[in-house]
Design a protein around this ligand. Structure first.
Ligand code: PLP
Length: 439
């Protein structure tokens, strides 16, 4: 009997004991192609020698020093690297240990900025339905999965929701993608006006929606209009690139492809590629300067901020991505993966949509393609696909549909940036078999 408080106390889990390249190995000697990097984490695969060497070198020198006494070379160098490659206007980095903490820091700094600048009425956050931004109470407040929020209703920050920009389910048949994008973005302006524009602190959104909508990219022009609306009303734009960022979609930051920059941005998973727990908030110079000119402090520190070993791992990950031009591979092999997915599932009776960018793809499973009717949630298709895939030596990240028919089951793929065409072919072949076996 395990003393771990597992995610599911009724399930038993195989024991992961090793990993090399795109493969994970369990204690029974079974190997799995890691086609989802866990939850879009292991972007360099497993056991990468350069990351291990950098971590060994760092731990031989220093594992930890508290940031109230010291800064450290790995933390400073990682911040320099991130800002050198950041969207325009971002100037400072807060380094924490997870995506939820990175989002929490964004919400806190947004609020703090408005206090520093005398706009104390700005307490409302707006985000989108069916979004996931983490499990801490602030992150949950902006999350849009109502079932997750329900038990904590009375404890949440002032979070308000608009519709997600999700073309497969939201775009009208007589509407262009551009018109759809503008219609969805305009929901933000309506919500800001409803709440009172001087009461809204920030809008929070994932640039490409990962876990909850299965790699759903925004409609063209959506984020440009969102940026304009935020600027018009003095509302900060917080982009959650915890899952879709750090190269996953083929550019270092997914927002580069939208032609906009946020005021605050959360990154995590691919930042440390699973070699160490690490997340970060990137903040704009305008916000940091307001704090510097005001109280001079952001009162939101944690024991493990800027952890030297985690920073050394993340820095090495980012240097390998740049040195080996892995974003070019993501674009090249991402296009191959897209082709193979469309060949295998394009005419599949139960695949309603195939969407994504780079090494970030989702297929949505539906009982009926024409009406887009999801499978009955009671079938637990997502769990069956996960199991069927594991039985075939494949790790994918499936998510269940909603009982209200707003979303079908989907399977998320997030293969490592080192994957080649042969790996992509095997992923699609095994996924095809798993889907057919599970339905
Ligand atoms: N934001 C997004 C978009 C995520 O996908 C996740 C995790 O899946 C988080 C935030 C929270 O990150 P973490 O699980 O590292 O706290």
């Amino acid at each position: 009997m395990s003393h771990l408080l597992h995610r599911n106390l009724k399930a038993t889990y195989p024991v992961a004991v090793g990993g090399k390249g795109v493969t994970l190995i369990d204690a029974d000697g079974r190997s799995y192609i890691d086609a989802s990097g866990g939850a879009a984490v292991s972007c360099l695969g497993h056991g990468h020698p350069d990351i291990l060497a950098a971590m060994h070198a760092q731990i031989d020198k220093l594992a930890y020093a508290h940031t109230s006494f010291f800064t450290s070379d790995p933390a400073e160098e990682l911040a320099d690297h991130l800002i050198a490659h950041a969207p325009k206007g971002l100037s400072n980095v807060f380094i924490c240990s997870s995506g939820s903490e990175a989002i929490e820091a964004c919400l806190k700094l947004a609020r703090h900025y408005f206090i520093e600048t005398g706009q104390t009425r700005r307490t409302h956050f707006i985000s989108r339905r069916q979004s996931y931004h983490g499990i801490t109470v602030g992150a949950l407040s902006v999350g849009g999965r109502m079932k997750d929020r329900a038990p904590f209703k009375e404890m949440l920050l002032a979070g308000h929701h608009i519709a997600p920009c999700h073309a497969y389910r939201g775009q009208h048949t007589d509407e262009t993608p551009e018109a759809y994008g503008l219609r969805m973005a305009d929901e933000l302006e309506a919500k800001i006006l409803e709440l009172g524009s001087d009461t809204v602190a920030a809008f929070v959104a994932e640039t490409v929606v990962g876990a909850t909508l299965g790699a759903s990219p925004p409609a063209p022009g959506y984020f440009r209009r969102i940026r304009e609306i935020c600027d018009r009303h003095g509302v900060l734009l917080i982009l959650d690139e915890v899952m879709c960022g750090m190269g996953r979609t083929g550019s270092l930051h997914a927002c580069e492809q939208e032609g906009i920059a946020p005021d605050l941005m959360a990154i995590a998973k691919g930042l440390g590629a699973g070699y160490a727990p690490i997340g970060a908030m990137l903040a704009s110079g305008r916000i940091v300067e307001a704090v510097r000119q005001g109280s001079g402090a952001f009162p939101h520190s944690q024991t493990y901020n800027g952890h030297p070993l985690a920073c050394a791992a993340a820095l090495a990950v980012q240097q390998v991505i740049a040195r080996d031009d892995l974003l070019a591979n993501v674009r090249l092999q991402g296009a191959h993966l897209e082709r193979r997915l469309k060949e295998r599932f394009g005419n599949h009776h139960h695949v309603g949509d195939i969407r994504g960018r780079g090494h970030f793809w989702g297929i949505e499973l539906v009982a009926d393609r024409t009406s887009k009717t999801p499978f009955d949630a009671g079938l637990k298709l997502n769990a069956r696909i996960k199991q069927a895939a594991m039985a075939r030596g494949l790790l994918v990240y499936p998510m269940g549909g909603t009982a209200d028919g707003v979303r079908g089951d989907h399977v998320l793929l997030a293969p490592p940036f080192i994957a080649d065409a042969a790996v992509m072919d095997t992923i699609v072949e095994r996924l095809g078999e798993a889907v057919d076996a599970a339905i």
